[in-house]
Write a protein that binds this ligand. Sequence first.
Ligand code: HEM
Length: 466
Amino acid sequence: MTDPLDPRPEDLKQRVWESIQRDELPPRDDRGRMRVVMNNLVLHLHPSKVAKASLKFTYTWGLGGLALLLVMLLSLTGVMLMFVYTPSPDTAYQDMLSLQTEIRFGQFIRNVHHWSGNLLVIVAFLHMLRVFFTGGFRTPREFNWILGLSLLLLVIAANFTGYLLPWDQLAYWAVTVGSSLLSFVPLIGEGLRNFLLGGPEVSAATLTNFYGLHVAIIPLTLMGVISFHIWRVRKDGLSIPHRLDGSIDGATGHQIEKVTTLPHLVSRELAFALVMTGAILLWSVWVDAPLETAANPDHSPNPAKAAWYFMGLQELLLHFHPVFGAIVIPLLGLGMLAFLPYQRFDLSAEGVWFRSQKGRWMAYVGAITGIVGVPLLVLLDEYYLDLPGTFPNLPTAISNGWIPLAALLLMLITYYDGMKRFFKASACETRQSVFVLLVMSFIVLTVIGVAFRGEGMTLMAPWEVQ
Ligand code: HEM
């Protein structure tokens, strides 16, 4: 008999179930099962059934989910750090020290936040590569690719604004160098930089601006775009891995075999999240986030380097006129990425990493060309070429901008044409090889900037770089 004043069921198990499910314990029939699905949070995030083939770990490598996990870890540890940190040049560095010495688990929480933030930049980039290779940006997912690109930019912006907060030498000078890239934007660059920094140089106003961006504006935007991104994955469905002959991976023929999300997908997600959280926590126990001496605006370290993810751009600046290194080339790259899903593609070739065995070899050739070609070009420019000296009467925007850019584009076109003819390949296979070449070139430039540039930004062996 239920109490008329409290109509909830007497059985505690039943009451707990209803409080979570918003419904009574359903009978074990079809309608009951349907009601569970309708009222279940997990099944609002996921469809009730997914293609068995897309559960294969080596298809997505769990990268989208890992990015999500990292965002959660960052939010949690970020809020904890806010209890201790005050964004003022007088206190910020001291707060970092007290995290190390006075606050229980303070350094550990900072480590988790620092390493998760850096890992997120890498994971979002790798996730983008996986989506590119498996053609996950094809119809109907074109716009989700664009949302993903904005997520990548937001993740970098979040990392960059957080970089300044410890207010040590590393932070102060990396942000000084990084933000100087902005001043190369024609006409509005200087104004833009002053607006962001709250003045002509990095100061107390910059710290307040960056803090507001880092803890409120960027995270809120990021959460909004992530929700939209995941909602689109839910609506469009995850692309399904295929074999080269067009049959579905892990299935016989073209039949899409489905399994229920609970438990098949959710148990895998939970296990992966647990393992990754464990790995990040362990790493953070052993490896401390860097902290140099307190920021000193009068003493610039030599070399003064940008944050590692901007080192590819800083390296480009050493070879090109600043407007080309900092603005034209990065915008060209971003434009190409944004335009990618709107080109004409063979829509049936979705879910394969490489279009054919030949396509795989062509991708390897792209990677090797980047690994060998970029260092050769860097050495050539460093020791032999002097374009402004060769054309002293031309403005440097032409001698060190238009001319090398035109030469690079010509090399790319020759590469495209040569690969297509030599391998008798399709446009899709050739485009993939060019993409691999460009991505590899960017990675090699970043590695050169991080590991091979020492005092005065001269080239030297990694063990000579301080
Ligand atoms: C904070 C960053 C990001 C988060 C949290 C995130 C999250 C996710 C998740 C959970 C999935 C489904 C599972 C998976 O594919 O691994 C997914 C799929 C997808 N993501 Fe992202 N993502 C992020 C960044 C990006 C970036 C940088 C791009 C590309 C520029 C991108 C484009 C896509 C696309 C097109 C899909 C559908 C792929 C398919 O159906 O095969 N995402 N994302």
